[in-house]
Write a protein that binds this ligand. Structure first.
Ligand code: MAN
Length: 241
């Protein structure tokens, strides 16, 4: 009797190990009915205890074996850690980009980070996101075209007559933002944009030109380039008053 029970208990644990679950109580068959009920209850409690502690898996209703709580918890910790890692990587990339980005002398253009302005011209609306990218958006709908990603700041010399409202680049040396490697142009270069900056009370796009196929020039007003005591171009809002 003793030998039979011990063999059966081994069977029980073998079955538990092999299937990662406990479902076989064959040794009960060797016990008198009163003892069988008692043993059965004890084993059920033991099984629940093992499940609760994540040591063995619980069988699902369909009879298939699911994983133990410990494995489920480890899997969920792994997923959370993967998501954290991904978001830290994104932060690292943007911090690195920030450190290598050209914000001009004394970082004067840092304030323009994240600022975008837009203006309609012909069949498109043109958007400039200062230290990020320029975009051409068809007014009738359809996909947007990347006209270049911000690469650097340059000083260029311009020679334009200044309009009466002051909304132009005028003549002299001006800061220009260079955007390159935009969407490839059919039978032409990758799109690129030069955004020439002049002093204005508010950031606004004044003029857009496609100087050559897929080579764009935008004239943009912004307070970021105003010198002290500089006569600024009035903002559009003020003009309307
Ligand atoms: C689109 C626009 C134009 C550009 C042509 C080149 O129509 O991006 O600005 O000149 O493509 O094929």
């Amino acid at each position: 009797m003793t030998r039979q029970i011990s063999v059966s208990i081994l069977d029980f644990f073998d079955a538990a190990q092999a299937n990662n679950t406990i479902t076989v109580y064959q040794f009960e068959a060797y016990l008198p009915p009163s003892v069988r009920t008692w043993v059965d209850q004890k084993l059920r409690h033991l099984r629940l205890l093992l499940i609760d502690n994540g040591i063995i898996a619980e069988s699902s209703a369909g009879g298939s074996v699911s994983e133990s709580k410990a494995v489920t918890n480890a899997r969920s910790r792994l997923e959370t850690a993967k998501k954290d890692l991904e978001s830290q990587r994104t932060d690292l990339t943007s911090a690195n980009e920030d450190l290598t980005k050209d914000f001009g002398p004394d970082d004067v253009f840092r304030a323009l980070q994240g600022v975008c302005v837009e203006r309609d011209s012909g069949e498109y609306a043109y958007e400039v996101c200062f230290l990020d990218k320029t975009t051409q958006k068809p007014k009738k709908g359809g996909g947007h075209t990347n006209m270049g990603k911000y690469t650097r700041l340059e000083k260029i010399v311009v020679d334009d007559a200044l309009p009466a409202d002051g909304k132009g680049v005028g003549s002299g040396e001006r800061w220009a933002l260079r955007y390159e490697n935009g969407q490839h142009c059919w039978n032409g270069p990758s799109r690129s944009t030069t955004v020439i900056l002049a002093c204005s009370e508010e950031s606004e796009v004044w003029k857009i030109m496609e100087e050559e196929k897929c080579v764009y020039r935008m004239e943009v007003g912004t307070p970021a380039v105003c010198e002290p005591n500089h006569k600024v171009a009035a903002s559009a809002a003020k003009d309307e008053l």
